[in-house]
Design a protein around this ligand. Structure first.
Ligand SMILES: Nc1ncnc2c1ncn2[C@@H]1O[C@H](COP(=O)(O)OP(=O)(O)OP(=O)(O)O)[C@@H](O)[C@H]1O
Ligand SMILES: [Mg+2]
Length: 533
């Protein structure tokens, strides 16, 4: 289904008002031509169902007002709902504020294909009770939109007169996926995706997305949801973190952040596999709910974090988050070239088996600190990391200093230089981070202080460039330590957070007079008083 064709989505009811000429010679039209429930479906040119009921006017017909004669059954609201229904990406999430018209759009989406005998769709909710509500809505919409469509309670399935099928079902536990084993669908929808605690069901169902007749129908996975819920974190990693809102991006692995590619040995080996898109929803996009204002008032009365999720559709708030004040609209800035004169430095938290996080900072003349680059890598040796870092900052000019997790100066056994020395020897110079008692809490407090919007300048003292995707994803989702709310939970993914903390605690200053090159460690010194052998 091409994008253009999808965009034509508009379902309409023709109310003939006694005007026989607009009726197609279908069985139903022969039966009761003047009944005001005859239906015209204007979905797309590819659907061979009652597409456009524009039969040529008979010579004796009386003139009639087309506008008056047509009553729209379903018309997407302009903006996100229309974007969702015309999206061509393989996987799309329509997510955000409550009441934005997400579930309704999800019901309308399979109407594109139901007129095709080969169409096979599956729409799931987490539990049977939640499914009921969706089925009820479909029973209001479908019979009016697709004349002759039949609902089978036993099979929980819609079948159009042409044979297109839509199964409305539930998928609660991971083991429920076996219900769909051996089945093939060309359209799969998950309503309220964050109700699934893990991505297991979504990933499994991707393997059911195939069709021998898919050439003109396309293959689509569609999801809707509010932020929050058990699956908030994985849904955010899959759809929100990797790309800008409402922009296509190549699907990434949610753990590594790497683009998913065709496997070794495939003719397209190494090419990206498919695209995803996140379409943000707002209550104000749905005049059916927002115009009255009551629903908005109800959402406004919710506690702050729920209000942010359900009214503002904000994905960065999470109960128990250590940095609830982090706000993409305030703390993320578009990438720009850092002037040569600004002070620059970097910070690193090293981990071979897990991840290494490196951040580069610049200090603006007004002392605002800008995190302008990140590196997030796994299984890279200290020596290779030094090469990668030097390569990344080649065009950056002078790097005033680098601060690295001080444990990297520890001797490992009794042979060889420490990891810090290995990097220093390569010319990637570092000084050790502060690891004294209380430094973790002090670092957290300092980040809070810098994230706060200054009353006078109306700016925070710490911002992140939009290319630092992993950092922007990690900082707002890092949880508080339940036993010590003064600190973050150290079991969470915190390598970039630690790098940020090390960097922020170096008292960054824009003035060059604060720069003391004497303290910079310039390389391996055999008898260093503090860290040497
Ligand atoms: N294009 C439309 N045409 C007619 N009615 C619409 C349309 N879009 C939404 N609505 C109406 O708005 C109501 C709310 O929309 P919907 O249930 O889809 O919101 P939602 O975003 O799924 O909300 P929630 O976040 O609470 O699940 C629907 O029940 C429907 O009556
Ligand atoms: Mg809904």
């Amino acid at each position: 289904m091409s994008e253009d064709v999808k965009k034509q989505l508009q379902l309409s009811v023709s109310l003939p008002h006694g005007s026989k000429k607009r009726l197609r010679k279908s069985k139903s039209s022969k039966r009761k031509v003047s009944e005001p429930t005859q239906i015209a479906v204007e979905i797309s040119a590819t659907v061979d169902t009652p597409v456009k009921q524009t039969a040529p006017a008979k010579p004796k017909a009386e003139p009639f007002d087309v506008e008056e004669a047509m009553t729209v059954v379903f018309k997407p609201n302009p903006g996100p709902q229309t974007d969702f229904l015309s999206a061509s990406e393989r996987e799309v999430l329509y997510g955000g504020a409550a009441g934005g018209g997400k579930s309704y759009a999800m019901l309308a989406d399979p109407l594109h294909g139901l007129g095709d005998p080969n169409f096979s769709g599956l729409l799931v909710r987490h539990t049977t009770e939640e499914l009921r509500e969706l089925i009820q809505k479909s029973q209001e919409l479908y019979p009016r939109a697709v004349p002759g469509i039949k609902w089978s309670e036993r099979k929980s399935q819609w079948t159009s007169p042409q044979g297109g099928r839509l199964w409305m079902s539930y998928l609660d536990k991971d083991t429920d996926v076996t219900r769909y084993q051996g089945q093939a669908f060309n359209w799969i929808g998950f309503d309220e995706l964050t109700q699934w605690t893990s991505p297991y069901a979504w990933n499994y169902m991707r393997s059911r997305l195939r069709s021998a007749h898919a050439s003109n129908l396309g293959l689509y996975m569609r999801a809707t949801t509010n932020p929050g819920g058990n699956g908030h974190a994985w849904v955010k990693k899959m759809f929100i973190d990797p790309g800008a809102s409402n922009k296509s991006f190549w699907a990434t692995d949610i753990e590594s952040g790497e683009t998913i590619t065709y496997p070794k040995g495939h003719s397209k080996e190494g090419s990206p596999l498919f695209k995803r898109r996140f379409i943000p929803a707002s209550l104000f996009d749905n005049p059916y709910l927002s115009d009255a204002g009551d629903y908005e008032a109800m959402l406004l009365s919710l506690p702050e974090h729920q209000r942010k999720q359900l009214l503002e559709g904000n994905w960065d708030v999470n109960e128990g988050a250590a940095f609830p004040e982090f706000d993409r609209n305030i703390h993320v800035v578009e990438h720009f070239e850092i002037p040569d004169s600004w002070a620059k430095f970097r910070a690193c938290d090293y981990g071979y088996g897990s991840y290494t996080g490196v951040l580069w900072f610049a200090v603006a003349p007004d002392e605002q600190v800008i995190v302008y680059r990140e590196m997030y890598v796994s299984k890279v040796t200290a020596s290779d990391l030094a090469d990668l870092i030097l390569q990344a900052e080649r065009g950056d000019g002078t790097m005033r200093y680098g601060v690295l997790d001080s444990s990297l100066w520890h001797n490992r056994g009794d042979t060889g230089p420490s990891l810090a020395e290995q990097m220093n020897q390569k010319g990637c110079r570092w000084r050790p981070s502060d690891r004294s008692r209380g430094s973790r809490v002090a670092g957290k407090n300092e980040i809070h202080r810098r994230l706060k919007v200054d009353d006078f300048t109306e700016k925070p003292q710490l911002v992140f460039m939009d290319n630092c995707k992993h950092t922007i994803a990690q900082i707002p989702s890092i949880p508080l330590d339940k036993r010590n709310p003064e600190d973050v939970d150290t079991h969470a993914e915190d390598h970039l957070y630690d790098a940020l903390r090390y960097g922020i605690m170096t008292r960054p200053r824009s003035s060059i007079w604060d720069y003391n090159p004497a303290k910079q460690r310039t390389g391996f010194q055999a008898s260093d008083p503090n860290f040497g052998y």
